[in-house]
Design a protein around this ligand. Structure first.
Ligand code: TYD
Length: 212
């Protein structure tokens, strides 16, 4: 990447296909950060704010929206998540380690498939990158088996689409080589305890560093 990219220090992002375990691992990491006495917070995208709730309705199929509209909603939700009151920028600014379950890489992978690469790329280019990206690698067949017990599925939660998302994620993440963001790939097929250790090994060094 040639353009200048802002990296937001103390900002950590979890990414992976549906069912890769990011939500479970964020809960486990939260417990460890709490026990370590760290200043931290976490949130997720889509957020619980009004735009995030609208996105959830679109994902559930409650109303039909054009793929381009969905891409714009995700970017609008992200803008609030970053810059709104008690948003990511404010929280890292007061010294917290901030962890987000999903961020721009989800839009580049998922919306890149549904409405083409250009619109998600331009909508998301202005957003800063996290200091650390944890990518939960999982075979889509395994995630489909994990999700088979869920009572309701969102529009993206089918095996054929998740296979395409997995391939898109690989390309998206490769495109950030040389950006200055640290990318750690985790074997999300390992048991939850093993993944928790891998997450902690990647995240905990950020805690022992002096604030800048
Ligand atoms: P998530 O909350 O991780 O899934 P779950 O409801 O299973 O906990 O994410 C909801 C869906 O939104 C997921 O299929 C990924 C999708 N998504 C996008 O398509 N683009 C985005 O920018 C984001 C943040 C999520």
């Amino acid at each position: 990447m040639s353009e200048v990219i802002t990296i937001l220090r103390r900002f950590v992002v979890f990414e992976g296909i549906d069912g890769s375990g990011t939500t479970t691992q964020l809960a486990r990491l939260s417990r460890r950060l709490e026990s370590a006495g760290a200043a931290w917070s976490s949130s997720s995208e889509p957020t619980n704010g009004p735009v995030g709730r609208l996105i959830r309705q679109a994902l559930s199929g409650a109303f039909m929206a054009r793929p381009e509209t969905v891409a714009r909603l995700f970017a609008a939700d992200r803008g609030e998540h970053l810059y709104g009151e008690a948003g990511i920028v404010e929280r890292v600014g007061r010294g917290e380690l901030v962890v987000s379950d999903r961020y721009v890489f989800s839009s580049l992978a998922y919306q890149g498939l549904t409405c083409g690469a250009d619109l998600p790329a331009s909508l998301n280019a202005p957003f800063p990158l996290p200091e650390l990206l944890l990518f939960f690698e999982l075979d889509p067949e395994v995630s489909a088996a994990r999700m088979s017990s869920r009572s309701s599925l969102e529009i993206y939660e089918n095996l054929a689409f998740q296979r395409r998302v997995a391939a898109a994620y690989a390309d998206v993440i490769d495109s950030y080589k040389g950006s200055g963001m640290t990318v750690v790939r985790l074997d999300a097929a390992a048991g939850p305890d093993a993944v928790e250790e891998d997450v902690w090994a990647a995240v905990s060094p950020l805690l022992s560093r002096p604030r800048m």
